[in-house]
Ligand binder design. Structure first.
Ligand SMILES: C[S@@+](CC[C@H](N)C(=O)[O-])C[C@H]1O[C@@H](n2cnc3c(N)ncnc32)[C@H](O)[C@@H]1O
Length: 444
């Protein structure tokens, strides 16, 4: 039986406020499909809801109530329910969450918003509503990307693509295609091991997923294994490995490498361990798991002791702002502060230095982040090379911007019927940055 709308709004608004506070919950498991839709659609209206609030209130109500307003703004546009039902149910949710006084405020703002007057249109055209980000974030993107900023805003507006990594593509590609076509899906074959499925759905509930034949991983996140050079017996460190995306890309593709997968977070390593059970039988190399902190000298010594004189290859997928994956996590621009970003950059520099210590001479370090900000990408690497005279830059993809629609994926690889314009919006890639540096002692 369906929940009453006020209940779904209340549950989802609480989840959204947690997301904005930067507290991750297990929403994938906890929310029903309807609540999940309200969650993402509400977050995509956060900028508009806060703009409406600024018009009518001197101070902002609690985040949960902003979330109720954001969800209501989506529902008013979506038109699945009547305006009367939306106002009535969202006011009820606000009352249950924060009492009558706040509910009266929600009622007032919704009654001013539902008729779509000129002030509503004016607010919907304000920058924070269009870009769905606070002004400091908008300025940062604008300053760095100049003419290309619109790519970022348009990609963030739509539901993210479902892109899959196929384990052992030569064995499983046709099986995967047949199964998905039988389910009525359309497929864009990006490369032999990468496909995008249209429309996206919960692939985790299928046997293809539970048997390890496919895993979810964005196209640009899978680029790593294309440009690195690996030989059997090489010692490889995935320095920030959890939940395991890069580890499994490496272990599925490369034979008999000595792979150490490390992460400071034991909780996140459990996710990697869980996927190891699912994918283990298909791996060409088995990762050894470690929970070391790359900012601690004693932990670094332990990590280095697994090798003779350092690692041949280190992949550092560093903690970052996530500015390249806002399409997947629309809360990101609202949950970060400029200060947090500065702290992250300092953390990245520190971890980069640690990985340099762990790398052997002639070894290669790949640095990547799912961020489009140059302070976390290109500038971070330029500063590093300036400080480390034995660092030599090698070719790597560099900055990959997020994208949406047909232009982001070659259409000739379509399997199944043609895509409608709406379906084309399910195509796209995340924003990413890759750099590759070789250690050349005696180079300077
Ligand atoms: C971007 S995520 C890694 C994603 C992963 N490579 C993948 O493909 O699934 C960054 C990771 O860095 C880890 N991390 C942050 N600080 C660290 C530190 N000081 N030492 C080791 N790992 C750290 C975080 O716990 C987080 O799991």
């Amino acid at each position: 039986m369906e929940n009453p709308l006020w209940y779904d709004v209340m549950v989802t608004a609480n989840e959204i406020s947690m997301g904005i506070r930067g507290k991750k919950t297990d929403r994938e498991i906890k929310l029903t499909p309807h609540q999940k839709n309200l969650y993402f659609s509400g977050l995509r209206k956060w900028g508009f809801a806060t703009t409406r609030l600024k018009r009518f209130c001197k101070s902002s109500p609690p985040l949960e109530i902003v979330a109720v307003l954001a969800i209501s703004c989506f529902l008013l546009l979506d038109k699945r329910y009547s305006k009367f039902t939306i106002v009535d149910q969202c006011v009820e949710a606000a009352k249950k969450m924060n009492g009558s006084k706040i509910a009266a405020l929600v009622n007032f703002i919704l009654r001013k918003t539902a008729p779509l007057g000129s002030d509503v249109i004016e607010d919907s055209e304000k920058e924070e509503s269009v870009c769905n980000a606070p002004s400091w974030w908008i300025n940062k993107v604008r300053h760095q990307l100049k003419m290309r900023e619109n790519l970022v805003w348009s990609a963030a507006k739509f539901q993210p693509p479902l892109t899959l990594r196929i384990s052992r593509p030569s064995e499983f590609l046709s099986l995967v295609e047949d199964n998905l076509l039988k389910m009525g899906k359309k497929i864009i074959k990006q490369e032999n091991s990468i496909i995008t499925v249209i429309p996206p759905f919960d692939i985790c509930k299928t046997e293809l997923f539970s048997k390890g034949i496919v895993s979810i991983q964005d196209y640009n996140a899978q680029k790593l294994v294309d440009f690195i050079k690996i030989k059997p017996n090489m010692s490889v460190l995935d320095a920030c490995a959890a939940p395991g995306g890069k580890t499994f890309s490496l272990a599925l593709k490369f034979d008999k490498i000595k792979l150490v997968s490390n992460d400071v977070s034991k909780k996140r390593l459990e996710l990697l361990e869980h996927d190891l059970l699912r994918l283990g039988h298909l791996l060409k190399s088995t990762p050894k798991l470690m929970a070391a902190d790359l900012t601690k000298d004693s932990d670094l010594k332990q990590l280095k002791s697994f090798t003779f004189d350092g690692y041949d290859l280190i992949v550092l997928d560093a903690p970052c702002s996530g500015s390249g994956v806002v399409r997947r996590h629309p809360e990101i621009p609202w949950s970060r502060t400029p200060r947090q970003l500065t702290n992250l950059q300092n953390q990245q520099s520190k971890i980069l230095e640690s990985c340099w210590y762990l790398l052997k001479n002639k070894g290669v370090l790949v640095y990547c982040v799912c961020s489009i900000f140059s302070d976390e990408g290109e500038n971070q690497i330029l500063n590093f090379i300036e400080k480390n005279k034995n660092a030599v830059r090698m070719t790597a993809p560099g900055l990959l911007l997020p994208s949406v629609g047909k232009s982001s994926s070659p259409y000739e690889f379509l399997v199944g019927a043609n895509l409608s314009r709406k379906e084309e919006l399910f195509l796209g890639k995340d924003g990413f940055f890759y750099a590759q540096i070789k250690k050349e002692d005696g180079h300077y």
